[in-house]
Ligand binder design. Structure first.
Ligand code: NAD
Length: 324
């Protein structure tokens, strides 16, 4: 262990954390994962994996060891629109994620962590800049005056400020990214915490005959989606740069949810009709704005939405078959 660069991934049982652990291992790092649960769909590649509750500062103190090279803070109480935008989980989302971030910031300084990455979110951007589905503004500099449309977004904004305050006051070497709708295999695909790409792939995979594919809202609301491999590339590039952020890590390939569903239908070779129904949708338009990350880090996504969905859809289909 001594000669290897060492990394800790908090949230290593989750979608992005699990993929990140795999990549860090491929790069030859020694990796410790921590989460309240093991990854759901395949074994972790981590050298060690500690199961525990990161809301408990003693547990965080056991996970983050002295002088570790890289700590990735991805743990949080998160979910898709059905979890974040109904209002039913607001107190838990804020309390659980804030508690984790408070603990991590403090212990990271105590243990003299060399670099800490924090995953913020596109959900921090002001709702009033995202009312037009065709021209949302998610430029990094537009975050203030703040007006996120969810408590999840407010907590992320508070956490960005928390980590930046620890940087100013205690020299914490933090890097912050605002992820925009990351998707790919081994993401939550059912149960209520799934995000739109997995939920729509599941609905299409499960649909038979003339069954309609139900999507929430008018279908005209727009989003952009970033494939997981691109997300990991950008995360590592930011972590190993001299830049701090916050940077958007997302795609600029904006699409309406109705066209998104048509694309999944095309990949599935099905011809079911789409039906729009009432449901929590969040803002009308949202897309990444990549000028700053291109300029500072020379990073852009490699995968198109269609290329990414060609990897996600068969995986969701295999999960649907397994549960039959
Ligand atoms: P995820 O839910 O798959 O992973 C989060 C992990 O945190 C889970 O494995 C969960 O068990 C763990 N966790 C939650 N509470 C915990 C606790 N008290 N103690 C220990 N572990 C705990 O989510 P993800 O999609 O992998 O997202 C990772 C990070 O990136 C999150 O912070 C999320 O807010 C952020 N993010 C993700 C997206 C996206 O599209 N996936 C977009 C923006 C931001």
């Amino acid at each position: 262990m001594k000669n290897f660069k060492k990394a800790i991934v908090l949230g290593a049982g989750g979608f992005i954390g699990h993929h990140l652990v795999q990549r860090l291992k491929e790069e030859g790092l020694w990796v410790l994962g921590a989460d309240i649960k093991l990854p759901e769909f395949s074994p972790t590649a981590a050298d060690e994996f500690l199961i525990g509750d990161l809301r408990d500062i003693d547990f965080v103190g056991r996970v983050i060891f002295e002088d570790v090279d890289e700590v990735y803070q991805l743990a949080g109480d998160v979910g898709g629109a059905g979890y974040i935008f109904t209002g039913l989980n607001d107190a838990n989302v804020m309390h659980n994620s804030a508690q984790i971030n408070l603990n991590v910031a403090k212990i990271a300084v105590d243990r003299k962590v060399k670099s800490l990455f924090f995953s913020s979110s596109a959900c921090i951007y002001p709702a009033n800049n995202q009312t037009d589905p065709l021209s949302p503004n998610c430029e990094e500099s537009s975050a203030y005056p703040a007006n996120p449309d969810s408590e999840y977004g407010w907590e992320k904004l508070m956490a960005e400020r928390l980590f930046l305050a620890y940087k100013r006051n205690f020299g914490l070497n933090v890097k912050i990214a605002r992820f925009h709708n990351i998707f790919g295999p081994e993401s939550t695909w059912n149960g209520g915490k799934e995000k739109a790409p997995a939920a729509i792939c599941r609905k299409v995979a499960e649909a038979n005959g003339n069954q309609k594919i139900q999507i929430w809202g008018s279908g005209q609301q727009t989003r952009s989606f970033l494939f997981i491999d691109d997300c990991i590339d950008a995360t590592l590039k930011l972590m190993r740069s001299d830049f701090v952020g916050p940077y958007n890590i997302g795609s600029e390939e904006m699409i309406s949810m109705s066209d998104f569903t048509k694309l999944v239908l095309k990949i599935s070779q099905k011809e079911n009709e789409i039906e729009t129904i009432d449901g929590p949708i969040g803002v009308q338009g949202r897309s990444s704005h990549n000028k700053l990350i291109i300029q500072d880090l020379n990073w852009s996504p490699k995968f198109s939405l269609e290329e990414g969905l060609k990897q996600l859809y068969p995986w969701i289909l295999s999960q649907v078959y397994k549960t039959k």
